[in-house]
Design a protein around this ligand. Structure first.
Ligand code: PLP
Ligand code: SF4
Length: 441
């Protein structure tokens, strides 16, 4: 049983609040009726889940429309295209449940829930066939999706994994237990990192998490156990006051005692997420176990397309002993147009924020696109007399390791927002051209 049992609202027990609690939320926090009804409509298509901590500690209810965390967690007007919004309204008002369900499914299908071939590419095999719930894209790192970790403490409206939450079974992608992944690692000693992801693995109880992680500790060649999570922002109680908070930290210690490095990949979007004392307490308790904390998030319109916010966030992370790691570009999925930040703008935000950092926080890299061929960073914009402006690009990670670290260029565009909007500069080497093209189909 996950810790979703009914708790005292406002108390310290985790309780997921979904669309059926919307009236209560609106009444308690004074949400405008029109906005409330928009949330109700859009949450038919987009996953909606918040919790009392997010509502009471992170959102400024005096102006939710302008609040970054409100945009992060509440589906709202503009997130669907006007046509889809119209279809959805008509289907809801039509009163035919079958028609409504078909309309919702059709709109979701148009939202590209598995961008960049997430589902079919990179799934490794053993003699029994493909390994469910794993991906092996970069030589050193195996991704592992535990079945019980496929939800989150709150759902981000831009999430490319939302398909996993809305119960469409063919879109789910997870492992019931790690036995086959462990056997795979024994045959692939080049894999030094396992990256446990979801959803959010930290929704699991300590006991369940132990069942998934412990078997990996016996693999000699494995050096690092990484866990991707937003819980530091969306439910820091997980490390402080949950009934098994101590058992969870003990598990991190056990990973360290087994000679592996535990590393939390903390998804932090905005500096307000580190303002509550409990979030900073969570980080310090995690660090006390010997675990490293690396921080990453996508740059999202209306949430954090703001250099001052990133500079504050990265400074706060560094002050908490965590490592600023990646600024991602949001993928082509979900309410993309609503959140889209052009690459030129993202590069400018990154540079402005980065240049305000102390050297020790300049560990962060970005803006980074995670594409079919690999992770491409936009290093900046170069001007060449007579030739015009170019994006300076580089693979930080690639399926083909020979591509990593070689600079290449694309013609500058103020609007391009993803790799498939880019035109490579004349003279780009054929192997880089091919890897980029693979991300463009
Ligand atoms: C980002 C990513 C990783 C981890 O990459 P690092 O650069 O090592 O953090 C591993 N696998 C996949 C598929 C990824 O997208
Ligand atoms: S926490 Fe991560 S997996 Fe969960 S909704 Fe947000 S982005 Fe998606």
């Amino acid at each position: 049983m996950q810790h979703t049992a009914a708790g005292r609202p406002g108390g310290n027990r985790f309780q997921a609040l979904g669309p059926n609690r919307l009236d209560e939320i609106a009444a308690k926090y004074g949400l405008d009726p029109q906005l409330r009804e928009s949330v109700r409509l859009f949450s038919l298509v987009l996953p909606f889940r918040v919790n009392e901590y997010v509502l009471s500690e992170l959102i400024d209810w005096s102006a939710p429309d302008a609040d970054p965390v409100f945009h992060l967690f509440f589906p709202q007007p503009g997130m669907l295209s006007p046509e889809d919004e119209q279809r959805l309204t008509a289907a809801r008002d039509g009163g035919d449940a079958g028609e409504l369900a078909r309309t919702i499914a059709a709109i979701r299908a148009g939202m590209n829930p598995h961008p960049e071939h997430q589902q079919d590419l990179n799934v490794p095999s053993d003699p029994d066939g493909p390994l469910p719930g794993t991906q092996h894209k970069y030589e050193q790192t195996l991704l592992y999706f535990p079945a019980a970790g496929q939800t989150c403490h709150a759902y981000c409206t831009y999430c490319f994994r939302w398909a996993q939450f809305v119960g469409e079974p063919e879109l789910r992608f997870s492992a019931a237990d790690p036995a086959r992944a462990v056997a795979y690692l024994r045959r692939h000693p080049e894999v030094t990192d396992v990256l446990v992801t979801g959803g959010d693995p930290m929704v699991m109880t300590a006991e369940r998490l132990r069942q998934h992680l412990e078997p990996f500790l016996a693999v000699e060649s494995l050096q690092t156990v990484r866990i991707g999570t937003k819980s530091v922002a969306s439910w820091p109680h997980r490390y402080v006051s949950d009934h098994d908070a101590d058992a969870t930290l003990r598990l991190f210690e056990q990973i360290a005692e087994a000679g592996k490095t535990p590393a939390l990949m903390a998804h932090l979007s905005h500096p307000v997420e580190l303002e509550p004392a409990i979030a900073r307490t969570a980080l310090s308790r995690i660090r006390d176990t010997g675990a490293l904390v690396y921080c990453q998030a996508p740059i999202i319109g209306r949430v954090n397309d703001d250099a001052a916010a990133w500079a504050r966030l990265w400074r706060a992370e560094q002050r908490a002993g965590a490592v600023p790691y990646y600024m991602f570009v949001a993928r082509d999925t979900g309410p993309r147009d609503y959140f889209k930040v052009p690459l030129a703008r993202a590069a400018e935000v990154f540079r402005d924020a980065y240049s305000a950092l102390p050297g020790l926080a300049r560990t962060v890299r970005g803006p980074v696109m995670s594409t079919t061929g690999g992770k491409v960073v936009v290093d900046g914009v170069a001007e060449e007399p007579g030739a015009g402006r170019f994006f300076e690009l580089r693979y930080l990670q690639a399926r083909d390791p020979r591509l990593v670290g070689r600079p290449f260029r694309a013609v500058y565009s103020a609007d391009a927002a993803w790799i498939d909007d880019l035109e490579l500069a004349p003279g780009t080497p054929a192997d880089i051209r091919a890897a980029v093209a693979a991300g463009q189909d």
